[in-house]
Write a new protein. Structure first.
Length: 80
């Protein structure tokens, strides 16, 4: 489970192909890690067309396809 700490939109054209991605900047706790103290950080890239509405503080759980791309994102809203 990842907690969102930042949201970034990126769109443009790369080698003649248009792209539109959402980058979710997140924190997570690494399990069974002896050399990590505190939270780890990660950026999750997902196509904007399939990205659900998310807010800072929400928790997300990505589901990957066979190519390693995020195919689905489960969202748990942040507690207020």
């Amino acid at each position: 489970m990842y907690t969102i700490i930042g949201i970034e939109k990126r769109e443009g054209i790369y080698e003649g192909t248009a792209y539109n991605n959402t980058i979710l900047h997140t924190t997570y706790t690494k399990k069974d890690a002896e050399n990590v103290c505190g939270l780890c950080v990660s950026a999750l890239k997902i196509k904007t067309a399939i990205c659900p509405i998310v807010n800072l503080g929400d928790s997300v759980d990505p589901l990957y396809d066979k190519y390693g791309n995020i195919a689905h994102l489960s969202v748990t809203p942040a507690k207020k």
